[in-house]
Design a protein around this ligand. Structure first.
Ligand SMILES: Nc1ncnc2c1ncn2[C@@H]1O[C@H](COP(=O)(O)OP(=O)(O)OP(=O)(O)O)[C@@H](O)[C@H]1O
Ligand SMILES: [Mg+2]
Length: 329
């Protein structure tokens, strides 16, 4: 677990604000974490009609693994907020929480106490994924498969199991087939990975077509990315030839520092068009939202963080990841 990860969720969440007025807001009075990029994203989102716009459906279900073995870079925050933004624009979205910390399950207010049907039973006991799917109450069109603390043992338990690298892929293929034949096709699946490159993350790579990498705008941002890329190549050559890094998003961007701009330039130089134009600003509201079991989009929809995640998700919906995965017109 990374140093700055939240405390294990069952111990402290959900917090209930005593009075809605107690919840701090950015909407009316911009906080000092407002950045030029956030302001531009906000303006763009407003011009485009904010949440009323319906975004294009991809031709096929896009399956994205959100990975970076570096801890605390914004994998979970990006997963839940991008997923929520897509669902709020008319798309059907599934989040699979593959991190024993269960942070994505917390942010989406999905029950994930030990013993709750979760991704653990799917991976280790071979239960169908459908038995662990929960609808996210606050956001229509968004479902989540939670992770419980049981998943902490799965890395070891998986080692001795048959087809240990492809157990998630098998379960997900069955779920997607069944939901499609029931007329409820998912448009997006996001798999939130733990900060490691163990068997859980390998299962996510084997199940996905796309790797989505959040990079924190800080000094050591690129450290370890080479290893991540090599792992993706290994998976491509041995287990999943369809896998490709499709999307990179810059997170926790602080426009007041030269360092953030330098890191952003460096990442764009290395990865070019894979990097979303929208960078996510460092924003207090983004970090507060999970303590209320919410995404920032429901917690403070007008905040710079919410508007930037909306803009990033809009970019993703309009970008064709592959010729086959392109948006339908
Ligand atoms: N844009 C942001 N502004 C401010 N705080 C943020 C932002 N994005 C993420 N955070 C905070 O940074 C911390 C790490 O974020 P997050 O949990 O999403 O990272 P992670 O990569 O999923 O971590 P882990 O590797 O432990 O799974 C959290 O406390 C989160 O609230
Ligand atoms: Mg996480």
């Amino acid at each position: 677990m990374s140093e700055d990860s939240p405390t294990p969720t069952e111990m402290v969440y959900p917090l209930t604000p005593a009075d809605p007025a107690d919840v701090s807001r950015e909407t009316s009075a911009p906080a000092d974490d407002e950045t030029p990029i956030a302001a531009a994203a906000a303006a763009a989102a407003r011009i485009r009609g904010g949440r009323t716009e319906v975004w294009p459906r991809p031709r096929h279900t896009r399956i994205l693994t959100v990975a970076n073995q570096k801890g605390g870079v914004g994998k979970t925050t990006t997963t839940v907020n991008v997923a929520a933004a897509l669902a709020m624009h008319g798309l059907r979205v599934l989040v699979i929480d593959l991190d024993p910390q269960g942070n994505a399950s917390t942010a989406l207010a999905v029950p994930h106490h030990a013993g709750e049907p979760s991704v653990y039973e799917v991976l280790v006991e071979g239960e169908p994924l459908s038995s662990a799917v929960h609808a996210v109450e606050a956001i229509a069109g968004l479902d989540c498969v939670p992770a419980t603390i049981d998943l902490a043992g799965a890395e070891i338990e998986l080692v001795s199991l048959v087809a240990r690298e492809s157990r998630l892929q098998r379960a997900l293929t069955a779920l997607l087939r069944d939901s499609e034949s029931a007329g409820r096709r998912y448009d997006y699946v996001f798999v939130d990975c733990p900060p490691s490159l163990g068997l859980l993350t390998i299962n996510a790579f084997v199940a996905a077509q796309e790797v989505f990498i959040p990079i924190q705008c800080e000094y050591y941002a690129l450290e370890g990315l080479g290893q991540l890329m090599r792992n993706v190549e290994l998976i491509q050559s041995h287990l999943n030839p369809d896998l490709a890094v499709s999307t990179i998003v810059l997170t926790m961007y602080d426009g007041r520092t030269r360092l953030a701009a330098q890191v952003a330039d460096e990442v764009r130089k290395h990865f070019g068009g894979l990097v979303l134009d929208t960078a996510i600003p460092r924003s207090v509201r983004v970090s507060e939202a999970p303590s209320y079991s919410q995404t920032v989009l429901t917690y403070d929809p007008g905040s710079s963080g919410a508007l930037s995640y909306l803009e990033a998700a809009r970019e993703m919906a309009h970008r064709a990841s592959t010729p086959e995965g392109g948006a339908s017109t």
